[in-house]
Design a protein around this ligand. Structure first.
Ligand SMILES: Cc1ncc(COP(=O)(O)O)c(C=O)c1O
Ligand SMILES: N[C@@H](CCCC[NH3+])C(=O)O
Length: 487
C-alpha cells in the first residue's frame, strides 16, 4: 500500500493502521488480546451493546490524573519561584456534576461561564468560594445569583459590568472579589475562532483602558480587586504567546500596585492537546516551568513579588480522556477524478488546513465511511476544521491501509467527523470505530441537529462502566414541542 495523494501532507501512511498512538488515546486505552479496543478494561463491544452508539466514553483515571498532574506541576514550578497557583478547571470544555465532583476532589477550583454552568457545579455541592464566573455578557440575573451564593471571583469583562457587579454586591452586603479581563492583543497561533485576545474581538478591555477600569473598580467599597486576567485563546502549542501575554499584563500589574494590592494574575487556559499524529503537545511540566521562569523574570525585572498565579485549563484536562464510539453504517469509495478536483479545491478553502491534495489527486479513491453520529456530537471538524483520528475498535485487521474520511449522518456535506486518516481497507458496515480526544468541546457543543438525541457519556474505570450523563431519547426530543393547537 502506498500513500494516497488525496491525503493531507501531515498525514503519514502508518506502519500499522490498528495502532493506538499513546499521546492521542486516553491512558487506559489498549487493544485487548482479542484485538478490540478496551478502555479502562471495558471492551468497546460491551460498551456499544450496553449503551448503544454513538457514545462518549470517558476514562476517569485519565481525566483525574491529568487534573492532578496539572495542579501538581504548576504548584511545584510556581512554588520554586516563591509563589503559588490556583487552578480552575474551565467547565465549558465538559461539565456534569460527576466531572465537577472529580475536579473539586482533586483539588481544582472550577470556572463557569453561564448561569447554567453555575447551576451544575452548585448541584455537585461545590463550595462557591472555589468558583469563578466569566462571560462577556453576563445577565443581571447571572450576576445576582453568583454574588448571592458567594462566588469566589467574577471576571469583569467590560466597563458597564463594573457597575452591575458593584450594585449586586452592595445589595447582597458583600465585598465581591473581581478580576478584570484584559485584551492583551497577543495573536495566539491557533484557529481564528479560538483566538480570544486579538484586538478585533469581543472579550476583555484593551490594555490602555485598564488603569481607568481598575480605578473604577477600586472606587466601589463592594468590590475587591484580585488582579488582571488574560486568556489568549485555545489549542495553543507554544509557550511564547502565554509568556508574551504575561509580559504585557505584568507591566500594567506593576503600575496598578501603586494604587493598592494586586494579589493575583490570571493567565487563562488554552494549552493544546494532540488530536492526530501531527500534533505535538507541549508537556505540562515544561509549560509550567517555562511560565514560572517567565513570570519570575518579570517580577525580578520590575522589582516586585511574584503574584499568586491563576490558570484555567479545560481542554488539556478533559480532552484526551474521552473516545467517541460510532457504528459504521455505509461505505462509499469515491473516485476523485479531474471533474471532482475543482470541487475539492473549493472544499479545501472552506475547511482550510485540511490539506486535500489538488492536481495530483486525479484518479485516487477516498473511502467515505459514514457513522451513526456526526456534527451533532462533534461540531469541531466543521467549525474549526479540526483534524481528528480514527481506529477500528471491535477488531484488528491486517488488510492494506486505505485513506478514509469519516462522515456523519446529517444532511450536510460538511458533516465530517475525521477529515482524513488511514484505516484497514476492509472496514465494513457494522464495525465499531473509535475517535479519540473528544472530551473537550464535544458533548459540550453537541446539538440536536436533524433531531438526533445527544449521546450518553459513559465513565469507565477498573473494568466497570456507568452512565454519567444519559443519552437523549425521542421522548426527550419531543418533550419540548408544545404540540398541536386544539381546535
Ligand atoms: C476565559 C477562558 N478561560 C479558559 C478557557 C479554557 O480554554 P482551554 O479549554 O483551551 O484550556 C477558555 C476557552 O477558550 C476561555 O475562554
Ligand atoms: N470551543 C472551542 C474552545 C473555546 C474557544 C474560546 N473560549 C473549541 O472547541 O476548541
Amino acid at each position: 500500500m502506498s500513500e494516497n495523494p488525496l491525503a493531507p501532507s501531515w498525514l503519514e501512511l502508518p506502519a500499522d493502521a490498528n495502532a493506538l498512538a499513546s499521546d492521542v488515546w486516553s491512558r487506559n486505552s489498549a487493544r485487548s488480546p482479542s484485538g478490540e479496543i478496551a478502555i479502562a478494561g471495558v471492551a468497546s463491544t460491551e460498551i456499544a451493546a450496553r449503551f448503544g452508539t454513538p457514545v462518549y466514553v470517558i476514562d476517569e483515571d485519565d481525566v483525574r490524573t491529568r487534573a492532578r498532574g496539572i495542579r501538581e506541576s504548576f504548584d511545584r514550578e510556581f512554588g520554586r519561584v516563591g509563589s503559588s497557583v490556583k487552578v480552575y478547571y474551565a467547565g465549558k470544555a465538559f461539565l456534569s456534576t460527576q466531572v465537577a465532583d472529580w475536579m473539586l476532589r482533586d483539588g481544582l477550583n472550577i470556572d463557569v461561564c453561564s448561569g447554567g454552568e453555575l447551576a451544575v457545579v452548585l448541584a455537585a455541592g461545590a463550595d462557591p468560594a472555589r468558583l469563578g464566573l466569566h462571560g462577556n455578557n453576563k445577565s443581571l440575573a447571572e450576576i445576582d445569583r453568583a454574588v448571592g451564593v458567594g462566588i469566589g471571583a467574577i471576571v469583569i469583562d467590560s466597563l458597564i459590568e463594573i457597575e452591575r457587579v458593584a450594585e449586586a454586591a452592595s445589595r447582597h452586603g458583600r465585598v465581591q472579589p473581581v478580576r478584570l479581563r484584559v485584551n492583551s492583543g497577543v495573536h495566539a497561533h491557533t484557529h481564528e475562532y479560538l483566538a480570544t485576545a486579538r484586538e478585533d474581538q469581543k472579550f476583555g478591555i484593551p490594555l490602555v483602558d485598564v488603569a481607568a477600569a481598575v480605578a473604577q473598580i477600586r472606587s466601589h467599597a463592594s468590590l475587591g480587586f484580585l488582579g488582571l486576567h488574560s486568556h489568549i485563546g485555545s489549542q495553543i502549542f507554544e509557550t511564547d504567546g502565554f509568556a508574551e501575554a504575561a509580559r504585557r499584563l505584568f507591566a500594567v500589574h506593576v503600575e496598578l500596585l501603586a494604587g493598592g494590592p494586586v494579589p493575583e494574575l490570571n493567565l487563562g487556559g488554552g494549552f493544546g492537546i494532540a488530536y492526530n499524529s501531527s500534533d505535538v503537545a507541549l508537556p505540562i511540566d515544561v509549560l509550567a516551568a517555562n511560565l514560572a521562569d517567565s513570570v519570575a523574570r518579570l517580577a525580578a525585572e520590575f522589582g516586585v513579588a511574584v503574584p499568586v498565579i491563576a490558570i484555567e485549563p479545560g481542554r488539556s484536562i478533559v480532552g484526551p480522556s474521552t473516545t467517541t464510539l460510532y457504528t459504521v453504517g455505509t461505505i462509499k469509495d469515491v473516485l476523485v477524478t479531474d471533474d471532482t478536483v475543482p470541487e475539492l479545491v473549493e472544499g479545501r478553502e472552506l475547511v482550510e488546513g485540511q490539506g486535500a491534495s489538488t492536481g495530483s489527486a486525479t484518479g485516487s479513491v477516498r473511502k467515505y465511511v459514514s457513522v451513526d453520529g456526526g456534527m451533532s456530537d462533534n461540531i469541531r471538524p466543521a467549525l474549526y476544521a479540526a483534524d481528528y483520528s480514527v481506529r477500528i475498535a471491535n477488531r484488528v485487521s491486517d488488510a492494506d491501509a486505505a485513506l478514509v474520511r469519516i462522515a456523519g449522518k446529517h444532511c450536510e456535506s460538511g458533516d465530517i467527523v475525521v477529515h482524513a486518516d488511514y484505516l484497514p481497507g476492509d472496514v465494513t458496515p457494522g464495525d465499531l470505530v473509535g475517535v479519540p480526544a473528544t472530551g473537550a468541546y464535544g458533548w459540550a457543543m453537541a446539538s440536536n441537529y436533524n433531531y438526533l438525541g445527544r449521546p450518553p457519556v459513559v465513565a469507565v474505570r477498573d473494568g466497570e462502566a456507568r452512565v454519567i450523563v444519559r443519552g437523549e431519547t425521542e421522548d426527550d426530543l419531543l418533550s419540548r414541542d408544545a404540540g398541536l393547537e386544539q381546535n
